[in-house]
Ligand binder design. Structure first.
Ligand code: AHG
Ligand code: MN
Ligand code: MN
Length: 327
């Protein structure tokens, strides 16, 4: 008998959040609704006027694509209507969006509405990433949002790929659901996902290799000498999803253009780090566990090394030796 994501979330809520009384499941249902709206647009790209640039620059200094704008509006709309939400924090909005001015809203949702924007126009997989935090009592605005990743209540992503897959964790394992177009519901397709302890692929944008720190170049040379393959899609969600299923390692190192890494801590690194660790993998920034980093700003960036325990541990060993100069 098929299990929908709603049924699964309700079960998780009963197990974990008995006091949530529907708040938590209502919030996650808002997220799945938004992703269904986004996937419907993506599946009609080229027919609906959803390709190309929206002609606006966002807070990241990047040109917003039409689908970035649509996806952001879909998530803000679907979650903004959920009574349990206090604040929404989006890659596309400079400041948190306050939903509930009273003390009622229990949760904060931090999200990347459309990940992999550069791939939209060329029909390559893109995604949506979200992270759910509890609102600290009486906290407001940015201060309420700047929480380390280990405080996440839940995290997930959707890959709009050859199929549309919703993957999430609420701290008790990782579960994957495939959108069944005939019934318009996400149906359980991967129960209790575990990342292989070791893989044979690394994923990095080699075009930046000349500006990688020495430890990254040494590490990648070692993997190549052991016959590792290279795969890089350029959409973090798709590169991570492959790593979750097949093992190996994804890296976005510090580069000349992004000396602190390009990926954002709160709505890219933290949610995927939560999923990676729940599936038996690891996620570090080089010297620190991603989920231990105390954020200083909501759009803060971080280097990211995420994947199988074996590959991430090997990088950490090299990077630590490099840092102490004994390499
Ligand atoms: P976004 O589209 O949300 O800005 O994210 C793009 C990110 C991430 O998806 C991907 O891993 C990375 O940018 C690719 O960056 P490069 O093109 O510099 O490799
Ligand atoms: Mn992104
Ligand atoms: Mn994005």
């Amino acid at each position: 008998m098929l299990v929908t994501v709603q049924q699964h979330i309700l079960q998780q809520q009963e197990d974990q959040f008995p006091a949530a009384r529907g708040n938590f499941s209502s919030l996650l249902s808002g997220m799945t609704l938004a992703t269904k709206m986004i996937q419907a647009k993506i599946r009609r790209a080229g027919l609906a006027d959803i390709l190309g640039s929206a002609g606006v620059t966002n807070v990241q200094g990047e040109t917003q694509q039409k689908l970035d704008v649509y996806a952001n509006q879909a998530v803000l709309h679907c979650l903004g209507a959920r009574e349990s939400v206090a604040f929404l924090v989006s890659e596309e909005n400079e400041q948190p969006v306050t939903i509930d001015r009273s003390e009622g809203g229990k949760y904060i949702v931090v999200f990347d509405p459309l990940d992999g924007s550069s791939n939209i126009d060329v029909n390559v997989s893109v995604g949506t990433i979200f992270s759910i935090l509890r609102r600290p009592d009486g906290a407001h605005g940015v201060a309420a949002v700047l929480q380390p990743g280990w405080k996440q209540v839940a995290a997930g992503y959707v890959v709009y790929g050859s199929s549309t897959i919703f993957v999430y964790t609420a701290g008790k394992g990782v579960y994957g659901f495939t959108l069944e177009p005939e019934i318009g519901a996400f149906v359980l397709s991967f129960a209790d996902m575990k990342m292989p302890a070791q893989g044979n692929t690394y994923s990095v944008n080699e075009a930046n290799a000349d500006s990688f720190p020495e430890s990254y170049r040494t590490y990648l040379g070692r993997l190549r000498s052991r016959g590792y393959g290279s795969r890089y899609i350029g959409s973090l969600v798709a590169d991570f999803h492959r790593t979750l299923l097949k093992g190996g390692v994804f890296l976005y190192p510090p580069t000349k253009k992004n000396p602190h890494g390009k990926l954002r801590l709160l709505y890219e690194a933290n949610p995927l780090a939560f999923i990676a660790e729940q599936a038996g993998g690891q996620a570090i920034s080089g010297d620190a566990r991603i989920m231990d980093i105390e954020p200083k700003a909501i759009h803060e960036r971080t280097p990211l090394i995420i994947g199988s325990r074996s590959e991430v541990a090997e990088f950490h060993q090299i990077d630590t030796r490099d840092a102490t100069g004994r390499i």
